[in-house]
Design a protein around this ligand. Structure first.
Ligand code: OGA
Ligand code: NI
Length: 358
């Protein structure tokens, strides 16, 4: 370790806490964060605003011209982007704000307090940095706090913080509302694919739901680091909320070659297709690679909910999506096995999905 790096604050599992790093007020970035290859330059294109916006209240009408138009937008979002923003999503805006507030209060606690909820080495729940498996792996410029919410047996009650006092009940209530949103969205996604509305809900059993809160402090040299490494999500569907006033941070890999920043729309939530839907639709709807970048001046908070099938469910491409022109691309596998594979490998683009390829 270089002498100037001796102050680096490490947390229980040996990772570096980026918030503590910021408090040290140094402009030098520890080597563990500096990427060998500067990530593909981002093209700030004017079409960045074209990430489709879907109005859930129109979809909830259930039929008619406006409904059909909204469904067609859902089709193009899922086929061409793997991402969309949803407005009129039905989640109480006060609840969204409360969730942001308790999460920020948590991240702003002294490190000793947060360390009561430390992520175990190689673990994914708790406070720390997930997906780090070796001492030479590059680290992301991000502190994470992740908790499984449903089903009960996946919950690690000892990791649910007692400070701030309202954290647990807020996450609980927020999760109920997000769950309903996921169920509605999956039913419209099914309709957009020409399937029965309840197809996915019937298939998934008691769906797994987990929330990861990502806090990105400002970085003196954001061009040298990654906020969150490129990856696709191992879920069926992901719901991402960004704190009001956060800088643009999320970027998605459009058509495999252009990083497009997602401009937050006030009060909208960002939705993306996860690996499960890609497999079930035999690649018709794709889980698109995405990443987060850090900002020089501003911090950023995202609250991300992953919704996925029960771990005992077997998955594979549905027969509706296999034909002569579209031969079956993925094997059948147990979703719990896939999840295990996902969380025991570092984030590396869409590499995890190779597990499921034929
Ligand atoms: C994630 C994710 C992006 C962000 O947590 O899976 O993609 O902007 N987060 O925090
Ligand atoms: Ni993601």
């Amino acid at each position: 370790m270089a002498p100037h790096e001796s102050f680096i604050p490490t947390i229980n599992n040996g990772h570096i806490d980026v918030q503590e790093l910021g408090k040290a007020n140094s402009t030098s970035i520890p080597q563990r964060f500096i990427r060998d290859h500067i990530p593909t330059p981002t093209t700030f294109l004017s079409f960045s605003n074209d990430i489709p916006v879907v109005d859930l209240s129109t979809l909830c009408k259930g039929s008619g011209g406006e409904f059909n138009y909204e469904i067609s937008k859902l089709v193009s979002s899922c086929q061409e982007w793997g991402f969309f923003q949803v407005v009129n999503h039905g989640i109480d805006l006060n609840m969204i704000e409360s969730m942001e507030n308790v999460t920020m209060e948590f991240f702003n606690l002294p490190l000793e307090e947060k360390q009561k909820y430390s992520m175990a080495p190689g673990g994914i729940q708790g406070y720390g940095q997930a997906f780090v498996f070796s001492d030479d792996q590059k680290l992301d410029w991000c502190n994470m706090f992740a908790l499984a919410v449903i089903p009960d047996f996946m919950r690690q009650a000892d990791l649910w913080p007692t400070r701030p006092a309202k954290f647990s009940e807020t996450l609980e209530e927020y999760s109920k509302q997000v769950r309903i949103l996921c169920q509605k969205l999956l039913s419209f996604i099914a309709i957009s694919l020409g399937l029965n509305a309840n197809t996915f809900e019937e298939m998934f059993g008691e769906s797994v739901q987990a929330t990861r809160m990502n806090y990105y402090p400002p970085c003196p040299k954001p061009e040298l680091v990654m906020g969150l490494s490129p990856h696709s999500d191992g879920s069926a569907l992901t719901v991402l909320q960004q704190r009001k006033g956060s800088p643009v941070g999320l970027q998605i890999l459009k058509d495999g070659d252009t990083w497009v920043p997602v401009q937050p729309i006030p009060e909208a939530l960002v939705i993306n297709i996860g690996d499960t839907i890609e497999v079930l639709t035999n690649g018709k709807y794709k889980s698109v690679e995405h990443r987060a970048v850090a900002d020089k001046e501003m911090d950023r908070l995202s609250i991300v909910t992953f919704y996925a099938p029960s771990y005992d469910i077997e998955l594979g491409p549905m027969k509706e999506f296999i034909n002569e022109n579209n031969p079956c691309k993925y094997k059948r596998y147990n979703h719990g096995e896939y999840s295990h594979h996902y969380v025991t490998n570092k984030l590396q683009g869409k590499k995890t999905l190779e597990f499921a390829k034929i």
